[in-house]
Write a protein that binds this ligand. Structure first.
Ligand code: 5GP
Length: 239
């Protein structure tokens, strides 16, 4: 398998073509951005950690029957994945109040929700990924109502599996964002990454934040948090 031209460069990852039209290589960078790229920086080891963490989580989800784009880890920073057409929606799943929802609703962070909250955002950097509803998503042609139903069900299943996995690591899964894509058969599968960049992860005993909020909010010990998540994940998965 050979690495070809770069197809896409995002804030934290690059995507390269391969000699197989159905497969691409994802490369994880150390670059970090926040608040719609108004804050920029770099976190040592972040690319390697997010590649390793996403690998372990996607492999685990595969064993639990969740279809993902993941094929294999290639090296420290790269993984081979199925090429998908990314659905231009971010699915945010929340178990506790935090971040933009806490701000929007004027509530404290860390309140456990009696129900799972799903926020749909339109993937448009120039608009700041606005919060939208199902009808807007259908209007935009991003998904049909049936596809949205499927996306909510898949996100809920992923949430159940991840809550349990992080619980074993003594971590509360506060919220997370996923991206879904359609494979060559039109099937909706999990794509992108699941890492401390895309989740809020709080230590159960100390409530210490072990995720990208350490970068966003200048809390220090950013690399340490990513490494800590990787170490705990390896331990519970016996890797
Ligand atoms: P919030 O809407 O509270 O800012 O984010 C909710 C959750 O989704 C957090 O775990 C956050 O990390 C994740 N998330 C939402 N949008 C993005 C995004 O554009 N990039 C990344 N890396 N994470 C996001």
């Amino acid at each position: 398998m050979t690495k070809g031209a770069m197809l896409y460069e995002g804030k934290a990852k690059q995507v390269f073509e391969t000699d197989n039209p159905n497969e691409v290589i994802v490369r994880f960078k150390d670059d970090a951005t926040a608040f719609n790229a108004q804050k920029r920086g770099s976190v040592d080891l972040k690319g390697e950690m997010n590649n390793a963490i996403t690998t372990l989580i996607f492999e685990y989800l595969n064993t639990k029957g969740i279809a993902t784009h993941f094929i294999k880890k290639l090296d420290e920073r790269e993984q081979l994945v199925k090429k998908v057409n990314i659905i231009p929606l971010e699915m945010v799943v929340r178990n506790y109040s935090a971040g933009s929802m806490a701000q929007r609703l004027g509530v404290e962070e860390g309140i456990k929700s009696p129900v799972t909250i799903f926020d749909l955002c339109y993937k448009r950097d120039d608009l700041g990924d606005p919060l939208i509803n199902d009808h807007h998503a259908v209007f935009l042609g991003a998904a049909t109502y049936d596809e949205l139903d499927e996306m909510y069900e898949l996100s809920s299943d992923i949430n159940d599996i991840l809550i349990d996995l992080f619980d074993q690591m003594n971590i509360i899964l506060i919220d997370f964002k996923i991206e879904l894509g359609k494979d060559s058969n039109g099937k909706i599968i999990l794509a992108d990454e699941i890492s401390p960049d895309t989740c809020r992860l709080w230590d159960k005993d100390t409530m210490k934040k072990l995720d990208k909020d350490r970068f966003r909010r200048d809390l220090g010990e950013v690399t340490e948090a990513y490494v800590e998540i990787y170490e705990r994940l390896k331990k519970v998965l016996h890797k």
